[in-house]
Design a binder for this molecule. Structure first.
Ligand SMILES: Nc1nc2c(ncn2[C@@H]2O[C@H](COP(=O)(O)OP(=O)(O)OP(=O)(O)O)[C@@H](O)[C@H]2O)c(=O)[nH]1
Ligand SMILES: [Mg+2]
Length: 318
């Protein structure tokens, strides 16, 4: 190979290693912060070894966010439907299909996340050690950035997610993440609202993606929140239950079957003891209840096995 050819090959290798990164930012009335966020992203990623673009997905803001984003962002799209989840899903698809993204980053437009954390989020993906990197806000959180109720709710949801979905993530609701763009193709994302963060995590875990977390900063919000802690908290909890049912059906239905089976044994034991002592059964209601519980338990376990088989057959491995 001549020195010229060698240099050409090296440039090609470098170019293919660079990749294209799209930072997707959903906004709904964030005019007071979006400009600073976009400037922050641009300056934080100036010297990174990948091409960087910002994509604002605006949800029909009425405070001029769209106009600011039009001026400052690389790309802006108007969201057709409603919701945080819908905005991110549309943004990811647009970034992947229309903009040819290799790497995706999601973050809020409210100045809570620090764009200087983006390179650290991308590093494990670029080094091929991870497919999705999730921020953990609890280690570097600014005072007052999250109310005590929100913090407790977040910790509780993360604990449930770890226990039920089996992901080793301690801030399951964190909205700052980086992921390989082709991971999106293997995920079945449909949640429109705030539970999107949980769905993305569960789907990635189910697809067999390598997921890691790193500490990131989290500051006090600029502008008004779009979060309704009770409504969104309950929605997220409902989503977790649905995701456990869909992604770990044997665990879900098996658990219900086990509880019912134990109740059946509890009611039935008395009846069996009475029968073995006297040869008769007088506690008819207990006997009927125990029989129903045991039949129900058997049905739940069978349902779990069938659902598990269906889920395995439909699994799109990443
Ligand atoms: N496009 C779009 N963006 C949304 C929608 N709802 C929220 N957002 C944006 O999504 C990001 C996250 O919403 P936030 O209100 O910050 O919710 P949060 O981060 O859970 O809570 P706080 O930061 O404490 O208010 C922000 O940039 C919002 O502007 C929506 O329906 N459509
Ligand atoms: Mg926020």
């Amino acid at each position: 190979m001549t020195p010229g050819e060698e240099a050409g090959a090296m440039m090609e290798r470098t170019a293919s290693r660079r990749g294209r990164c799209v930072i997707v930012i959903p906004t709904l009335n964030e005019a007071s912060s979006i400009e600073t966020v976009l400037d922050g992203v641009t300056s934080a990623l100036r010297d990174q070894p990948y091409e960087t673009f910002t994509l604002v997905v605006d949800g029909r803001s009425t405070d001029g966010t769209y106009e600011v984003a039009k001026r400052k962002a690389s790309f802006v799209i108007r969201q057709k439907r409603k919701g945080y989840g819908d905005a991110l899903r549309s943004g990811f698809l647009h970034a992947r299909k229309a903009l040819g993204a290799d790497l995706l980053v999601m973050m809020d437009g409210d100045l809570t996340y620090d764009p200087r954390d983006i390179p650290s989020l991308l590093r494990p993906i670029i080094d091929d050690e991870s497919d999705m990197v999730i921020g953990n806000r609890f280690l570097k959180m600014q005072k007052g950035a999250m109310s005590t109720t929100n913090r407790m709710g977040n910790r509780f949801l993360s604990w449930i997610v770890r226990g039920t979905l089996g992901t080793e993530v301690h801030d399951s609701q964190c909205g700052m993440r980086a992921l390989r763009a082709d991971l999106i193709d293997a995920l079945d994302l449909g949640t429109e609202g705030m539970p999107f963060a949980t769905e993305l995590l569960a789907e990635a875990q189910f697809a067999g993606a390598r997921i890691t977390e790193i500490p990131i900063s989290y500051g006090v919000r600029t502008g008004r929140t779009k979060l309704s802690p009770l409504r969104d908290g309950l929605n997220i909890f409902g989503t977790i239950v649905r995701l456990v049912r869909d992604t770990r059906p044997l665990f879900f239905f098996g658990f219900l079957g086990l509880v019912m089976g134990l109740l059946g044994l509890y009611f039935g034991l008395d009846v069996i003891l009475e029968y073995s002592r006297s040869g008769t059964v007088t506690k008819i209601p207990s006997a009927i209840l125990a029989a129903l519980m045991l039949i129900g338990s058997f049905q739940f376990i069978t349902l779990g096995l069938v659902a598990d088989m269906i889920r395995r057959l439909r699994r799109r491995k990443y």
